[in-house]
Design a protein around this ligand. Structure first.
Ligand code: S6P
Ligand code: ZN
Length: 195
């Protein structure tokens, strides 16, 4: 791990950073229970396990004072009428904020608190989004042909709680209707893990 100030560039084709430590790839199989159309999810998975999104992380100590950062790339695609999206998570240290800066593409950040507040914010190039402490967050790519690329940065000690979303899902979904994204209530909320 570098012990001097360091930099990286993200202007290379496909927005892959010039330097990174971890390359995380998440596939359809990691989204069990999250998509509304469970039959389509199962039939797609029976044929292939497409890559939904990738994260390039710069490794730093997971302690207060450090800032973890990197690039997230959600590819275009759909499961039924629901767009490719990230798993989404709360931070383990719930009172942790996170900044996203959209570099490319067209999407939404779906957010909610444990108390049931929700918000959906557009992501487009040049837009900065501050995800408040306590808010779970999931990026959704609503483009039919372009990656959704964001730079993210958050405190080193935040940790991740994926389990709550894996079990319950998000309260809101983004679905395509007549070619346009629509925010709808998630009828499976609270039981996402159930087949
Ligand atoms: C981490 C930050 C992003 C996400 C990435 C993938 O706190 O929010 O780096 O990790 O967008 O999403 P997920 O939900 O699979 O971690
Ligand atoms: Zn996060």
């Amino acid at each position: 791990m570098k012990a001097v100030p360091f930099t990286f560039e993200i202007d290379s084709p496909d927005f892959i950073p010039s330097t990174y430590d971890n390359h995380i790839q998440r596939r359809l199989s990691s989204m069990k229970g999250q998509y509304l159309d469970q039959d389509t999810y199962a039939s797609l998975l029976a044929e292939a396990d497409p890559l939904l999104y990738e994260v390039y992380e710069l490794q730093r100590p997971t302690v207060p004072g450090e800032l973890l950062h990197g690039i997230s790339i959600v590819h275009p695609g759909k499961v039924g009428s629901e767009y490719y999206m990230t798993k989404g998570h709360f931070h383990e240290v719930l009172e942790t904020g996170e900044v996203y800066y959209c570099l490319k593409g067209d999407g939404f950040m779906v957010m909610e608190t444990p108390e049931g507040e929700w918000a959906v914010e557009a992501l487009y190039p040049g837009r900065v989004l501050y995800v408040l402490p306590r808010w779970a967050h999931r990026s959704v790519n609503i483009s039919s042909d372009e990656d959704l690329v964001t730079f993210f940065i958050y405190p080193g000690n935040a940790g991740h709680d994926y389990g709550t979303i894996e079990k319950k899902g998000f309260r809101k979904l983004v679905l395509a209707r007549d070619g346009q994204p629509e925010i709808v209530d998630n009828p499976r909320w609270g039981q996402a893990a159930r087949p």
